[in-house]
Design a protein around this ligand. Structure first.
Ligand code: BTN
Length: 237
């Protein structure tokens, strides 16, 4: 299996993505994983802090994909498949949030560096409590299901699913991958707002395109492809 063929398992790290970036400079093999029990400076998208105490799965994978734009899709589908195989049914909120009962239980941070990609995955697996300011939006598999899934076991599932999904991408089977994404997503047919810097667009989600962009029908009826941004389900507001 490519994913996890080499593993750097750390007790504590600043950020697994930052650690992977240093490894990248040393030209480590594709599929190398950095996994940590705890991160002291875990980062999310837009450089936001990512709460990373013990109990979660904090990992980064080094890959050299043919199509880096679809790596968020690869990782999101893999996280959902790994959980689904363990009796949990999460949903994907484009582009990189994994939800359970409407709360975020996992996030994906894809960093493209030249020809390489670092895929950071944070999965709130067995976290028991969150700081007050996160309680309305974040949760864990344990809090939502009262099930304690063993971390090593879920990590193994995750690597296997990432391996399968990454193979689909590399073997030009991304339509299969997008079909899985459509199965898991919670935003198809929903009204959303997408924040892209200073611009906010509102519309109904029609589909995801082959390059991972969101296909939106705006309130004026025009169809727009949105390459990236922050998505809010309108009923969340
Ligand atoms: C997001 O939803 O904003 C993305 C969160 C990504 C968090 C993971 S945890 C492992 C890896 N290391 C980091 O510092 N961030 C990612």
């Amino acid at each position: 299996m490519l994913i996890g063929n080499k593993l750097y398992y750390l007790d504590t790290v600043d950020s697994t993505n930052a650690y992977a970036k240093v490894l990248l400079e040393k030209k480590v093999s594709e599929g190398t994983v950095v996994l940590a029990d705890k991160q002291e400076r875990g980062r999310g998208r837009f450089n936001k802090q990512w709460y990373s105490p013990e109990g979660g799965i904090w990992m980064s994978v080094i890959l050299y994909p043919t199509d880096p734009a679809l790596m968020s899709i690869v990782a999101a589908v893999a996280v959902c498949e790994a959980l689904h195989l363990n009796g949990i049914l999460p949903g994907i909120k484009w582009p990189n949030d994994i939800l359970l009962n409407g709360k975020k239980i996992a996030g994906i941070l894809v960093e493209i560096i030249d020809e390489s990609v670092i895929v950071g995955i944070g999965l709130n697996l067995n976290i028991r409590t969150f700081p007050q300011e996160l309680q309305d939006i974040a949760s864990s598999v344990f809090i939502e299901t009262k099930k304690h899934l063993e971390k090593k076991m879920l990590y193994d599932y995750l690597c296997k699913q990432l391996d399968d999904c990454y193979k689909m991408l590399q073997n030009k089977q991304s339509s299969e991958l997008l079909t899985k994404w459509r199965h898991y997503t919670v935003i198809l047919g929903q009204m959303v707002t997408i924040e892209m810097g200073d611009v906010t667009i509102q519309g109904k989600v029609l589909d995801i395109s082959n390059d991972g962009a969101l296909v939106l029908m705006k309130t004026d009826g025009k169809i727009e492809r949105i390459p990236g941004g922050v998505c809010h389900l309108l009923k969340d507001r």
